[in-house]
Ligand binder design. Structure first.
Ligand code: IMP
Ligand code: MG
Length: 175
């Protein structure tokens, strides 16, 4: 059996997303930005964040495979979908649902740095700081969370639960 426990409510998320949007708006005042969402988990965060950024903004998406249907990282990241356009000379904000070991974002960051963007920042809604494996951190972090498996607001377990409005801990229990 599995049980869901609310960790972060949609009201808390909305307030935090507005705050991050305000910071990005101030940090890039007078410039344009490209928001690159990491499919599929970042789509809901990107949709809400984009509307809190009062700048010229365009979207792009990248897809990688790293987890499969398991809760554990496979240790390997594979590019499934690249960005549609070159990021050369652009202000890029990489939008991700969660920073766990950081392997995924390290891979994507290196891929995008090869485009020679003007600037590359990372926005992560959630950050499991205690799990970071290497030298990676997000520039805009919504919430630092403990090492628990979470779902909702875009985050999935076996592709399910993405549409929950709150971020919830998925507890596995034996019946
Ligand atoms: P990392 O490469 O270990 O940082 O893992 C990042 C990816 O793992 C995220 O984009 C998520 O797709 C997935 N992930 C990590 N932790 C969780 C979690 O608690 N719930 C759901 N997905 C997670
Ligand atoms: Mg993801």
């Amino acid at each position: 059996m599995t049980a869901l426990r609310v960790l972060i409510t949609h009201e808390q998320i909305a307030a935090k997303v507005a705050e991050i949007g305000g910071r990005i708006t101030a940090d890039f005042a007078g410039e344009s930005v490209v928001l690159i969402g990491v499919l599929k988990g970042a789509t809901i965060f990107l949709a809400d964040l984009a509307r809190q950024i009062k700048l010229d903004a365009t979207f792009d998406f990248i897809a990688v495979s790293s987890y499969g249907n398991a809760k554990q990282h496979s240790g390997e990241v594979r590019l499934v979908k690249d960005v549609d356009r070159s990021m050369a000379g652009r202000n890029v904000i990489l939008v991700e649902d969660i920073l766990d070991t950081g392997l995924t974002l390290t891979y994507i960051r290196n891929l995008l740095l090869a485009h020679q963007p003007k600037c590359l920042k990372i926005a992560a809604l959630l950050d499991k700081v205690s799990r970071h494996a290497g030298d990676i951190s997000a520039d805009y972090v919504g919430f630092v969370i403990p090492d628990e498996f979470v779902v909702g607001y875009g985050l999935d377990f076996a592709e399910g639960y993405r549409n929950l409005p709150d971020v919830c801990v998925l507890d596995s229990e034996r019946a």
